[in-house]
Design a protein around this ligand. Structure first.
Ligand SMILES: [Zn+2]
Length: 135
């Protein structure tokens, strides 16, 4: 399952980030992981959430919550000279002038926005790390 390999990569990335923390934070548990997923990333959010419980079992992330933020498609329309948000992914035409757009600005994201650990330091940020999954 595609989604299972994605969540496995997320678990790996967060685990590596935990290991890189100062000694004081060793053994901290992860409370919440936030992902940014573009609507063009071909990912089923419900499947991610379903796989999360399986992939985190027996790791520092066990029992944590997965929060998925869906990123809409934004393109730059050369005709309007404006960034336009597309309502759907069926048509890649500018909603203002109906010209086709090809300059995709966002919508393919698949990255960890941040994660939160149970630690004195509070919120630990993992700066928008790309998740190493192809396809
Ligand atoms: Zn336009």
């Amino acid at each position: 399952m595609h989604e299972l390999s994605i969540v496995a990569s997320v678990v790996d990335t967060v685990t590596e980030s935990l290991e890189a923390l100062p000694d004081a934070s060793k053994g901290a548990r992860v409370l919440q992981v936030r992902l940014r997923v573009g609507v063009l990333a071909s990912v089923v959010v419900e499947s991610l959430e379903f796989c999360w419980g399986i992939a985190t079992e027996g790791t520092s992330l066990e029992g944590s919550k997965l929060v998925v933020k869906t990123i809409p498609v934004v393109m730059h329309c050369a005709v309007c000279d404006a960034d336009v948000k597309l309502e759907g992914v069926q048509s890649f035409r500018c909603p203002r002038c109906d010209e086709p757009c090809s300059d995709l600005l966002q919508g393919r994201e698949l990255e960890i926005e941040s994660f939160e650990i149970d630690d004195e330091a509070g919120l630990e940020k993992a700066g928008n790390e790309e998740i190493g999954v192809s396809g």
